[in-house]
Design a protein around this ligand. Sequence first.
Ligand code: FAD
Length: 475
Amino acid sequence: MADNVVEKDTVIIGSGPGGYVAAIRAAELGQDVTIIEKSETVGGVCLNVGCVPSKALITAGHRLRETRDSSTYGISKTDATIDFTKTQQWKDEKIVARMTNGVNMLLKKHKVELIQGEAFLDNNTQLRIMATGPKQFMDNGGGQTIKFKNLIVATGSRPIEIKGFKFGKRIIDSTGGLNLTAIPKEFVVIGGGYVGTELAGAYADLGANVTILEGTGQIVPNFEKDMVDVVKKNLEKKGVKIITNAMAKKGEETDKDVNVTYEVDGKEQTIKADYCMVTVGRRPNTDDFGLEMTDVKMTDRGLIEVDKQGRTSVDNIWAIGDVVAGPALAHKAFFEAKTAAGAISGKNTENDYIGVPAVCFTDPELAAVGLTQAEAKEKGIETNVAKFPFAGNARAVSLDSPEGFVRLVAEKETGTLIGGQIVGPGASDLISELSLAINCQMNAEDVSLTIHPHPTLGEPIQEAADILMGFPTHI
Ligand code: FAD
């Protein structure tokens, strides 16, 4: 039997940070919006199995470690225990469900139609949906065909599986790592990127013996070595074993555990663990919903080619988030979502990636925006650089977190800030000040003359600006 055919204005595939934000913005700009989501809940990877639940586990780990280590402050709670079932319940019910329900409410408030189903493209103007949820449109046998004026592809990404490590019961991806029912005794993480290192830190805080096997010479390699060294030292203090230049060879599962074989310096070694989590990167979801039936051009890495507004090679099809080039981060998806929704609504929007911050929620946190000194040099830009340590900041010291520093990179000739790096307490929040400064093309003097409250973690940013001005105060 033929599908229903209905005509729609703006259709979005995927309700992750890209999809749901595009839906809200397009609705705010007067579009009739339909969003198609194949999962049971909205919010995509970020809210369900990414940014949000990972931060919840990191919080639980911090609380446990802080409680156990509180004797320094005269507090005796060194025998604190954890009921991990309750931790997971808290994460799922109080954090993830709350956030996904919030997105549902926002979509309703903006009168966005939400269809639970899997979309498959037929051509440049038409798609089919197979219902994956309640039978909203299944009267005619389970499908619906939609003719759309505009389409935004926001289908996100999925974990990469590597040879020799087929995902199963003991070899798991990040989703498995977030949903363990008990804290493992031995936990191996293959891939010390930001996802792997964050969860390695969380499980170490929760009491697991953690080993990170990283293929390159450094964990979280997208941050500078002197920043990562601060994190590495702290991870090692927590007992995490970090093995770099390690090639993971194979994982052999039994019912109870997994043997992980890896090679370093030509020698094979094996570790037995309760779980082996493989976090070596993510693959864009561009190969399984009929994109090849359209004239949308792809890059050789399987990403969708887009212009500055997020428009693909097909005039009425747009793409945002993890399916397009650039860092696979939720806030990049948010930004691209607003640009694409604006462009569809006739606004003169454009993506400008200069101020996209990168954050890793390690202990202490890592955050960076704009150019590093080395990147500036590669571009032929002469720079002045200033670094201020958290050890010289009263708030960091009173929080008992004096590790790390703030670094500012300014153009030598003009003093304009072009980059900033922070490793230390609150780095994930502090980096927004530097994003704003860089986006607004402020110089060191602008930051130096901005009064920062005392005692706060923001002061090192002002102090670093003072150094750039040639008038250091607390160093
Ligand atoms: P997604 O969030 O992947 O959403 C895509 C949606 O599309 C999914 O809901 C999927 O079900 C749906 N879909 C796919 N195909 C179809 C189809 N054919 N029909 C219907 N629906 C479909 N980023 C940060 O910025 N900060 C962090 O701290 C952070 N932490 C992370 C931690 C982990 C463990 C992981 C895995 C990721 C993390 N990320 C973080 C990355 C972030 O989650 C992603 O960059 C972000 O979710 C991408 O958003 P998106 O909208 O492009 O896609």
